[in-house]
Every structure is written in structure tokens, then in C-alpha cells.
Design a protein around this ligand. Structure first.
Ligand code: XIL
Length: 364
């Protein structure tokens, strides 16, 4: 029964005297609308998530973009939480084509460099995101007219320059992002339209040449469960492996809706692991209709626990769980899915939510 684990979590914290006020709010039969989020335990009472995760051979991370640039005490609070709880960091936007390669002969590495430096200074690993995608491409590229040969040369230059710049410093690269359409066919987009389906294989080979030691990932959404699209991703990767293409991992984005963790997540992770791949949960968030209710926050906690549990069940192959941000203050969800939000494990005031407690409880 999904509710019981959450209640257990709450009671365990309550026993430590940290969370007495929460017991009523978190039960499944409790008030379901308008209830404020429960008071959290002070985070100084808890062991950092990254410490608990490390004991399980897991890296736990989050994407970073906006909060990193806050000034004053806001920035200090953001960074303190970030480096305390997480052992992995993904630049949310700063390594994307449009940001890092704003003109044909211009790379702008400084914003991503400062994130990588922050990670290194705090013993965090970095997932590079992303080299080849149909979105967030620089205007100079998409508005130009290019022959197939020139497009290949442009892709090679981009990958060699960006991967080369970070050579030896990253743990993983999302080399190709979202190359499959919903029906599993190749998704149309700039690189596919100009180069044809070979662009995927070329990208992995060129990334490997530029940094032979970084783990190279295919990353996509709606491939968390066993379905037509994940079957296509599986077939694509099998084909690449059979051709000797250097691909080392599969990234399951996991932008899920409340209550929407696929029941086949575990089995799906296991089958990719059986291909000899590393599996990363790369962009986990669990969005809900706003405003959040106590019941929704409990369901969300159960969802987070289910995803972590699925990853742990394929240890050591599933060795990283990365969320798409860590607090509801910075999440991309409200801007992209109007009316939805509260998708992360800390609230907008950086207080841990039930979802945080669920991860904590399962890792402990
Ligand atoms: C999103 C960022 O979070 C937003 O800030 C940006 O405006 C658009 O992209 N899948 C991905 C991520 O692989 O790169 C996307 O990130 C979210 C969906």
C-alpha cells in the first residue's frame, strides 16, 4: 500500500522530535485541499542525501541554472543547500548549443565553467548536457543554409570543441538528447534534416575522440517504462553497440506527472542494464496541479520513493539519480506547464518536503 511508507517516514522523523506537527497532514485520509505543506525538520538534523547515497554507490544530483546566479543571501542559501545535499550537478542550460556556441566562431564557456568549478570545489561530479538536440540551437545555425557536408563539419566542430574544453573533468555527457519521436521513429530536427540518421553515430564517435574517458549517454523522455518508444531506444542502442559505437549509458529523463511513475520502470532499467549500460535517472521531477494539497505531497513522496527504489534495484548499473533542480523556487515546470508545479523535493523556501523525506528514508 503506497500510503504506509510515507507515514512510516513521517513517524520516524517525529520520533526524533523533529516533525511532530506533520503526522496528521501526511496521512492518506487526511485533508486533501488547502493544507499548507508540512513543517520540515531542520536540515541540520539530517545526514546529507549525498552521504547516504554514496553508501549505496549512488550519486544524487540536480540541474542548476537560475538559483546559481542569485546574489546576496539568496545565492548563499541556494549554494549551501546545493553542495550539502548533492554529489552530482547538471548545468540546466549553460552547455546547450545556443548558450555555449552563440556565433559560428564563438564559444562562450564561462557560465558553464563556473558551474563546473563550483562542482569540483565541492566534490561533486558533473553531467554534461547536451551536445546534440533539436532544441535550444543557436540562431546562426538554424537560420543558415548548409549543405550536408557543412552540417557534418559544424557538428564535428561543436562536439570536438565543447567536449575537448571539458576533457577529463566530467563524469558523463548526454551526447544525443531526444532523437526519437513518440512513435519511435527518428525525430525530425536540424541535425537529422541536414545529416540524416547517421548524425547519432557520428556524435558518439566524435565525443569519444574528444574525451575517451567520459561516459557517453543517450538521453530521452517517455522511455522510463516499457513502451513503444523505449523499445525503439533499446533497439537503437543495440544497433549502435553492435556497430562498435562508443555509447555507455542511457538517461531516463523522468519528468513525471503526479502518480505517473510507470509500473514497468524497474523492469525497463533492468533491461538496459543487461545491455551492459550505465543507467542514470537524469531529470526527475514530479509535477502536480497547483496549489499542492497534503494528499498530493504524500503521493509525490511515494512517486519519488518509487523512482529511487527502481534505480536501487538495478544497482550498481543504475548509479545516478539527478533531479531537474532541487527547489520549487527554480523549477522549469510552472513556466512550461502552466498551472502545474511543486515538482521538486524542497519547497520554494528551501524547506525539505515529504518527497525529500521519502528519499532520505529509503537511502538510510
Ligand atoms: C529545459 C530547461 O529546464 C529550461 O530552463 C529551458 O527553458 C528549456 O529546457 N528535457 C531536457 C532539458 O533535456 O534540457 C529541458 O530543460 C527539459 C526537458
Amino acid at each position: 500500500m503506497r500510503c504506509s511508507g510515507g507515514i512510516r517516514t513521517i513517524i520516524r522523523f517525529a520520533e526524533r522530535g523533529a516533525l511532530l506537527g506533520v503526522i496528521g497532514a501526511g496521512t492518506c485520509g487526511g485533508p486533501s485541499s488547502g493544507s499548507p505543506p508540512p513543517p520540515p525538520p531542520p536540515s541540520s538534523d539530517t545526514i546529507p542525501l549525498r552521504t547516504l547515497a554514496a553508501a549505496r554507490g549512488l550519486r544524487i544530483g540536480c540541474a542548476v541554472d537560475r538559483g546559481f546566479r542569485y546574489g546576496g543571501s539568496d545565492g548563499a542559501t541556494f549554494r549551501a543547500k546545493l553542495v550539502r545535499e548533492f554529489s552530482m550537478l547538471t548545468p540546466e542550460n549553460d552547455m546547450k548549443h545556443a548558450r555555449i556556441h552563440p556565433a559560428r566562431d564563438t564559444y562562450r564557456f564561462e557560465p558553464a565553467d563556473s558551474l563546473v568549478a563550483l562542482a569540483e570545489a565541492n566534490g561533486m561530479q558533473v553531467r554534461g548536457h547536451t551536445l546534440v538536440w533539436h532544441r535550444q540551437l543557436a540562431g546562426w545555425l538554424t537560420s543558415g543554409t548548409w549543405t550536408p557536408d557543412t552540417a557534418r563539419a559544424l557538428l564535428h566542430d561543436h562536439i570536438a570543441s565543447v567536449v575537448g574544453h571539458y576533457r577529463g573533468r566530467l563524469a558523463a555527457w548526454d551526447v544525443v538528447n531526444e532523437a526519437l519521436a513518440g512513435d519511435g521513429s527518428p525525430r525530425p530536427g536540424f541535425w537529422y534534416d541536414h545529416i540524416g540518421r547517421d548524425y547519432v553515430e557520428l556524435a558518439f564517435r566524435w565525443a569519444h575522440q574528444a574525451d575517451p574517458n567520459v561516459a557517453l549517454f543517450y538521453n530521452d523522455y517517455d522511455i522510463e517504462g516499457i513502451n513503444g518508444k523505449s523499445d525503439s531506444a533499446y533497439a537503437l542502442i543495440q544497433r549502435l553497440l553492435a556497430r562498435g559505437v562508443p555509447i555507455h549509458g542511457i538517461g531516463l529523463q523522468a519528468h513525471v506527472r503526479l502518480g505517473g511513475v510507470p509500473t514497468t520502470l524497474r523492469a525497463n532499467i533492468a533491461r538496459f542494464a543487461q545491455l551492459g549500460l550505465e543507467v542514470h535517472i537524469t531529470e526527475l521531477d514530479v509535477r502536480m496541479p497547483l496549489p499542492p494539497t497534503a494528499a498530493q505531497l504524500q503521493t509525490q513522496a511515494d512517486d519519488y520513493r518509487d523512482v529511487l527504489g527502481a534505480c536501487l534495484s538495478s544497482a550498481p548499473a543504475c548509479d545516478a539519480l539527478v533531479m531537474w533542480g532541487f527547489s520549487d523556487r527554480e523549477s522549469w515546470i510552472p513556466g512550461t506547464f502552466p498551472g502545474w508545479g511543486a515538482a521538486l523535493i524542497f519547497d520554494a523556501a528551501y524547506r525539505p518536503k515529504l518527497a525529500f523525506l521519502a528519499l532520505y528514508d529509503l537511502l538510510k
